[in-house]
Ligand binder design. Structure first.
Ligand SMILES: Nc1ncnc2c1ncn2[C@@H]1O[C@H](COP(=O)(O)OP(=O)(O)OP(=O)(O)O)[C@@H](O)[C@H]1O
Ligand SMILES: [Mg+2]
Length: 284
């Protein structure tokens, strides 16, 4: 189990994370959502131990991660972070790059299987510089999956990619869950959350707005819909709750053109009931 205890991080005079507490278990996929600059990447960097929190603690299986260098190093063996910043060896083919990282991680995972999983199997004889942006992103993902990690940190792994690649990521997340990994998944794609995630962390300006299960989320927040309809030749768009939507649908003089669910982030912003959160925090 991973416990975050009052994690605060300050970049000079900028408080990027304020008192973040919560717990995550193995086999759980945790979506991390929030606006640009809300602290998502900072939170993942703290969990990855790339940066040390200004205050607060992380416990992994009851061990205080930042207590000593030994603890940090031990914990790092269980972590993998998918990042576009992976430096590939430009002289080596994709296959040899993957073998290089496999060796570096001392991993028993199968390079060919992972290549198939992320869809770069046909590119294995090419060199990294010949890849498109999306293909490079798939390669980075392959590298991070090579490590036999228990905690997988994915910071917008499918950002700006095609639908196919997004689905690849979604399937990988599901498999990681089946393998009992804990996955932190930063995404702006809120449709994915209910399909693949167990818990949600919502950040706003470094403050935790919600940390709990998807179920708990819907116990607290009401669902809303963005409805576009036509009435007397006029096109109207409104945000409605389920009751208002139903009564609208019963009106004979309107024609509904489009309905979409309001995103989780939008719902939180709308209800702005400060202090509403189901943060669970286990001491020690
Ligand atoms: N290395 C850094 N040095 C100084 N300030 C930083 C640094 N990294 C992030 N910040 C600041 O911390 C805050 C949180 O940034 P962070 O990158 O965590 O946001 P984010 O939620 O990941 O945003 P995005 O959706 O744009 O990726 C921002 O105000 C940002 O300017
Ligand atoms: Mg970010």
């Amino acid at each position: 189990m991973l416990v975050l205890e009052k994690i605060t991080h300050r970049f000079r005079d900028n408080l990027a994370l304020k008192n973040i507490s919560g717990t995550a278990d193995r086999g759980e996929v945790i979506a991390v959502i929030g606006e640009n600059g809300s602290g998502k990447s900072t939170l993942l960097s703290v969990i990855a131990t790339f940066i040390k929190p200004t205050s607060g603690k992380i416990y992994y299986n009851n061990i205080d991660v930042f207590q000593s260098t030994k603890n940090v190093n031990n914990y790092r063996r269980y972590i993998t972070y998918a990042s576009e910043k992976v430096k590939f060896v430009s002289e080596l083919s994709l296959k040899d790059n993957l073998l290089y990282f496999k060796n570096l991680f001392n991993s028993k995972k199968d390079v060919f299987e992972i290549s198939k999983q992320v869809g770069i199997y046909d590119l294995l004889n090419q060199k990294p510089n010949s890849l498109s942006k999306g293909q490079k992103q798939r390669l980075s993902l392959a590298v991070s999956l090579l490590k036999e990690a228990k905690i997988v940190l994915l910071d917008e792994p499918a950002e700006g990619l095609d639908v196919e690649t997004k689905n690849v990521v979604k399937e990988i997340v599901k498999e990681l869950k089946q393998d009992n990994c804990m996955v932190f998944y930063v995404t702006h794609d809120e449709d994915e959350i209910e399909e693949v995630c167990d818990k949600i962390i919502t950040l706003k300006e470094g403050t935790l707005k919600f940390f709990g299960s998807v179920e708990e989320f819907w116990n607290i927040y009401e669902k809303f819909y963005v409805v576009t309809y036509e009435q007397s030749g006029r096109k109207i768009t409104k945000v409605l709750n389920i009751e208002s939507l139903k009564s609208l649908q019963e009106q004979s003089d309107i024609r509904i053109l489009h309905i979409r669910n309001l995103g989780l982030r939008e719902i939180i912003n709308m209800s702005e009931t400060d202090g509403v959160s189901t943060t669970r925090f286990n001491e020690g």
